[in-house]
Design a protein around this ligand. Structure first.
Ligand code: RUB
Length: 311
């Protein structure tokens, strides 16, 4: 019964009914919490095994946002080294871990908004891409402080998450403009700062975010426009320190065009791209604002336990 709920959540993540790296992580934590509440395991070892299986189902839903395995591992790590025969304690620890992950995650987004707003000036025109809660929080927070700002958002084909962004910002009263992705270079000189989110940040400071982000970074670099990334620390990828490569999700070609109308033609739909650290001025996290080169320090601080023995 409750594994069904886990599978349902995984399916919603896969189909993008639940989307955005932070939201994906929080819903995975919530789903594991429900799983724990329903679990009938009477033996600690079995309980952990079942929880790991449930976690694996969630992790397999989408490959790129490292927030997903980080959320699952946050919970598992807190019960793995406990007394296995005390099942009630294990259950409570897992539930509390899920709650604290969700709570910390929401607080992190809020803090990022406050920190990020300090880097936004009165009169700024800000460009954003896709739909990132963390990036939007920076913009909303600057607006909330009374800064007179404007936003230009690219639509983020093929799933058009930019449309969600412009509606959300406009509903706050923020002057907002929607552009097609290919208009970025034509208008970048009107932009003062770019603020985007992240699905994953590697040890070398590279940021993996919605496809199109790296082109914006390239244009911003050419035009000497500042490029900021807003990301909670659970978007940093522990294993990239050990040389692991981040998998870039390739989604269904049907999201781009109807394949039956393009017989013999490959339709390629990578969902994310990699922006090298050289194109990023700052990463705004809830622990503070860092240059991309300091990503490794966040990874050591936040995930030393995860990779501990291995480095
Ligand atoms: C969403 C996306 C967002 C990041 C950060 O991609 O690339 O910029 O996930 O979002 P998708 P947040 O729509 O394919 O999930 O700041 O909300 O975690």
């Amino acid at each position: 019964m409750s594994l069904e709920n886990v599978k349902e959540t995984a399916e919603k993540i896969r189909s993008m009914e639940i989307r955005g790296a932070g939201e994906i992580a929080r819903s995975a934590a919530e789903s594991l919490k429900n799983f724990v509440e329903d679990s009938t395991a009477s033996e600690g070892e079995k309980f952990i095994e079942q929880l790991k299986d449930a976690g694996d189902i969630l992790i397999s839903a989408r490959p790129t946002a490292v927030s997903l395995p980080n959320a699952v591992n946050y919970i598992l790590h807190r019960i793995e080294n406990c007394e296995l025969d005390d099942i009630e304690t294990l259950r409570n620890l897992a539930k509390n871990a899920a709650d604290s992950f969700i709570d910390n995650s929401l607080k992190a987004v809020e803090t990022i908004g406050l920190f990020g707003a300090r880097r936004i000036d009165d009169g700024d025109t800000i460009m954003t891409h896709c739909n990132s809660k963390a990036a939007i929080e920076v913009i909303k927070s600057a607006w909330g402080e009374g800064k007179d700002i404007e936003v230009i958002a690219s639509e983020a084909r093929p799933r058009y998450q930019g449309q969600i962004t412009v509606k959300e910002l406009a509903s706050e009263g923020i002057p907002t403009t929607l552009i097609v992705d290919s208009a970025v270079r034509a208008i970048i000189k009107k932009v003062d700062k770019v603020v985007v989110g992240a699905d994953c940040i590697a040890a070398n400071g590279a940021v993996i975010n919605k496809i199109g982000t790296s082109q914006i970074a390239l244009c911003a670099n050419e035009a000497r426009v500042l490029f900021f990334v807003a990301a909670e620390t659970y978007k940093f990828h522990p294993e990239t320190h050990l040389g692991e490569i981040v998998e870039i999700e390739e989604r269904d070609p049907e999201e781009v065009a109807d394949p039956s109308e393009f017989e013999g033609i490959r339709i390629w739909n990578p969902a994310f791209d990699v922006t090298p650290a050289d194109y990023i001025d700052l990463i705004i996290t809830e622990k503070g604002i860092i240059p991309p080169e300091a990503a490794i320090m966040i990874i050591k601080e936040e995930f030393g336990w995860a990779v501990g023995g291995k480095w």
